[in-house]
Ligand binder design. Structure first.
Ligand SMILES: [Zn+2]
Length: 356
């Protein structure tokens, strides 16, 4: 998801906001203005900021529980449906995943109990008037925290309840199958939300439906990819037929190579086959656009920091390193000679061929 921007860092995680979160703000503001004018808008904005803080607390519930199992959370993105804590990896044991998933809604329950202690009323009094200011800030916040907890406990992906459901299914079946079942449940729920949203004229519900549907599918594909990656070694995935450059080649030679091959990246190899780095098509185009003389050496625009793996390395390792932004992963013998390389694109092809 790239439609988001950073707000800063908290407890070692980058806090990001998805642009659609502002649709939620706009919808709440608009509803308040049409019901109660400017004073209602101000109160509702305070409410939404408080809600925003509760969503952040929910996500940090996941992140801090994951940290107990030694898992970092590089970023947390806030969406209208409550936010996504992107864990560096999923817990290995199903029960750990259950605890990480439950920690988010548990935070909202704790906030709800605290608000009740501070005098908030029972939620059903608030239920029908959530977009008006009549029930008061405290009551609405209490209601919304209960709603966040309940919504997230729906046993379907990508809600937290879906993770609990999947983890429990994992005790009976393999992870890929369990994920498919939980994702299908998520898509069924999404269709239900979409239908309800359309028939009651609630655009927010339709938006939630779209998110749930897309996210359920993405999770399913991600798990398929990881399961393929576990079974495949670097030597099964690597590109073995390619054109390489030598350290004395110029930008003009590299430009010819781009034209005459379908490659987007070219390894620069020593006379004895040792990898110096990769010249990418993007960097070459940038250099030519900046009117760098074509007689310059191609190694002047080379990316030298290329991760290397061995022939028998698992594809999971390769994926991890590609995620960190390398243009390619070199597959090398123990003596350091490159025998092939792996890109995102050819992993994509591998998934199509072996993913089913
Ligand atoms: Zn959650």
């Amino acid at each position: 998801m790239t439609w988001s921007f950073s707000l800063g860092r908290l407890f070692g995680s980058e806090l990001r906001v998805h642009v659609t979160f502002f649709l939620l703000l706009a919808w709440v503001g608009f509803a308040a203005y049409s019901n109660g004018g400017m004073s209602a808008v101000v109160e509702n904005l305070i409410f939404v900021l408080a809600l925003f803080a509760c969503v952040v607390a929910h996500e940090f519930g996941h992140a801090l529980m994951a940290r107990r199992y030694g898992i970092k959370t590089p970023d947390i993105t806030l969406l209208p449906i409550g936010g996504l804590a992107r864990l560096e990896r999923m817990p290995e044991k199903p029960m750990q995943e259950v605890w990480v998933a439950l920690a988010g809604p548990a935070v909202n329950i704790v906030i709800w109990i605290i608000l009740i202690a501070f005098g908030a009323g029972m939620p059903w009094e608030t239920m029908t008037q959530i977009d008006s200011t009549a029930p008061g800030l405290l009551n609405r916040l209490a209601y919304v925290n209960l709603l966040l907890a309940a919504f997230n406990m729906i046993p379907a992906f990508p809600m937290d309840g879906g993770r609990v459901f999947r983890a429990l299914l994992c005790l009976k079946m393999d992870r890929v199958k369990a994920t498919r079942v939980a994702a299908l449940a998520g898509q069924a729920v999404a269709v239900g939300f979409g239908f309800l949203g359309l028939s009651t004229g609630n655009p927010l519900l339709v938006l939630i439906a779209v998110f749930v549907f897309v996210a359920a599918n993405a999770e399913s594909q991600d798990v398929v990819m990881r399961s393929v990656a576990r079974r495949v070694m670097a030597r099964d995935a690597m590109i073995t037929e390619y054109q390489s450059l030598s350290p004395s080649d110029t930008l003009a030679t590299a430009a010819q190579a781009v034209i005459h091959t379908t490659q987007h990246e070219f390894p620069v190899l020593d006379a004895d086959g040792t990898l110096k780095g990769f010249v990418t098509r993007n960097r070459l185009f940038a250099a030519l656009a900046a009117e760098t003389p074509r007689s310059d050496l191609a190694i002047s625009i080379m990316e030298a920091d290329i991760p290397q793996v061995e022939l028998t390395s698992g594809l999971e390792t390769v994926l991890e390193r590609l995620h960190k932004g390398a243009p390619a992963i070199a597959v090398c013998t123990k003596a350091g000679h490159m025998v092939g390389y792996i890109t995102r694109e050819n992993i994509g092809e591998l998934m199509v061929i072996r993913g089913r």
